[in-house]
Write a protein that binds this ligand. Structure first.
Ligand SMILES: *[C@@H]1O[C@H](CO)[C@@H](O)[C@H](O)[C@H]1NC(C)=O
Ligand SMILES: *[C@@H]1O[C@H](CO)[C@@H](O)[C@H](O)[C@H]1NC(C)=O
Length: 402
């Protein structure tokens, strides 16, 4: 067995050495650390693909296994009580400040990223972020573990997230946790950013909901699945941590059991003919500032080449950018972080444009040397100074605005 482990370690080192040579953009700080993290991600991805190819296990099973190594237990500390429980059958981790409070508290609902295939509030990075938010803001934090693909397809993650938010926004629940109904934030990163945006749209436009969201915070959110050839997807095709190819593979797992969908998405010809009217909402030649459009040539996606009967492709819950102006008008103050070296950069940038066009207040932080998922790297041994700075920026923004 030791021989086998040594062999595996040796093989990993060889693969790591091969995958670490990929060049990274020149303005990335802590270069060697980022290259190592990226090299590990690429090596794991490569091994996952090999295992899938040989038939030992699915790619996503292997990656999940790696991610689970980073899971934490609900550990209370001197300031915050932490517990895992469930709201309407959806697992949640609650962070409840221990200090006595004279007045009702603020609250943050956090939706984690992971391409809808991976991830949990249990990740050490999310756990630290939510714990610190609870402690520094003296706020209640609810982190949500919605169902994941490929066992649960679209729109299961949204359904779980909105169910938790609706449950939490009831008077009796807010009273139980001592939360002020007028000071609630919904936050999320990546796929969780999409959930946060979609949930906020739904709540603000639901006439039956008495309590609303005060602010939303979106970190490098994914906000559309209809154009797979945006400038940021072209520029970061082989980007740090997340490549276009992997993102499309995972999106395919989440949207449909049809194995031909990812290939159609790679060629940007997955949308049906009747979706033509939606492209104005993601027309980057209009919605992206010139600085990011650069010399990229706008290509109309090829419509009607394939006929997937997939309502998800045209569903505003999967592409919050498809909301109409009148739906967007009701949105609250919004904090958006976009990263330059990220396939999802333009999703966030286009949402900033659309929200500003209808008069929604937006605080936009564009991180010139940022890359996808950087906020997850805030715990030892993989913490990055940039991740820590974004965490601190977010928490102080919340403190000033929630
Ligand atoms: C996108 O905008 C360009 C103008 O920049 C226009 O020529 C094109 O027809 C638009 N495409 C769609 C699908 O809205
Ligand atoms: C898709 O459906 C449309 C309308 O039903 C039809 O005109 C078109 O030929 C179909 N395309 C394919 C590739 O089957």
């Amino acid at each position: 067995m030791t021989g086998f482990k040594a062999l595996c370690l040796g093989l990993f080192c060889v693969l790591f050495a091969i995958h670490i040579h990929v060049p990274i953009p020149s303005n990335i700080e802590e270069r060697w650390k980022v290259m190592a993290l990226d090299g590990i991600a690429r090596t794991c991805s490569f091994v996952g693909r090999c295992l899938e190819h040989i038939g030992i296990m699915k790619y996503e099973e292997f990656i999940s296994m790696i991610f689970r190594l980073d899971y934490t237990q609900p550990l209370s500390d001197e300031h915050v009580t932490v517990m895992d429980t469930a709201f309407v059958d959806v697992p949640v981790r609650l962070y409840l400040p221990k200090r006595k409070s004279e007045t009702p508290r603020r609250a943050v609902i956090y939706l984690h990223g992971g391409a809808y295939c991976f991830g949990s509030f249990k990740h050490s990075g999310f756990d630290l972020l939510n714990r610190e938010t609870a402690n520094k803001l003296d706020a209640v934090v609810v982190a949500v573990d919605y169902r994941l693909a490929p066992q649960h397809l679209s729109p299961a993650p949204f359904e779980d997230s909105i169910a938790v938010v609706k449950f939490f926004l009831q008077d009796k629940v807010l009273t139980k946790y001592g939360v002020d109904p007028t000071r609630i934030c919904v936050s999320g990163d990546s796929a969780g950013g999409r959930l946060a945006a979609a949930v906020t749209q739904q709540v603000q436009n639901d006439l039956e909901m008495k309590h609303k969201i005060k602010i939303q915070a979106l970190f490098y959110p994914s906000l559309q699945i209809i154009d797979s050839y945006l400038p940021s997807l072209r520029e970061n095709e082989n980007g740090i941590i997340v490549t276009r190819d992997i993102a499309i593979k995972l999106l395919g797992l989440y949207l449909s059991e049809d194995k031909t969908l990812p290939e159609a998405m790679r060629k940007n010809q997955h949308m049906p003919l009747e979706s033509r009217h939606l492209f104005k909402y993601v027309n980057w030649s209009i919605l992206l500032p010139k600085k990011y459009r650069k010399d990229h040539v706008y290509n109309e996606p090829i419509l009607g080449r394939t006929n997937f009967s997939l309502p998800a492709l045209m569903d505003v819950r999967e592409s919050p950018l498809l909301a109409s102006d009148s739906q967007l008008q009701n949105l609250p103050l919004t904090y958006i972080v976009t990263c330059q070296h990220d396939i999802l950069r333009d999703d966030g940038l286009m949402y900033v444009s659309r929200l500003q066009n209808v008069g929604v207040q937006v605080v936009h932080e564009h991180i010139e040397n940022g890359f996808h998922g950087v906020l997850s790297y805030i715990t030892p041994p993989t913490y990055l100074h940039l991740g820590l700075r974004i965490k601190d920026m977010y928490i102080s923004w919340l403190d000033n605005n929630l």
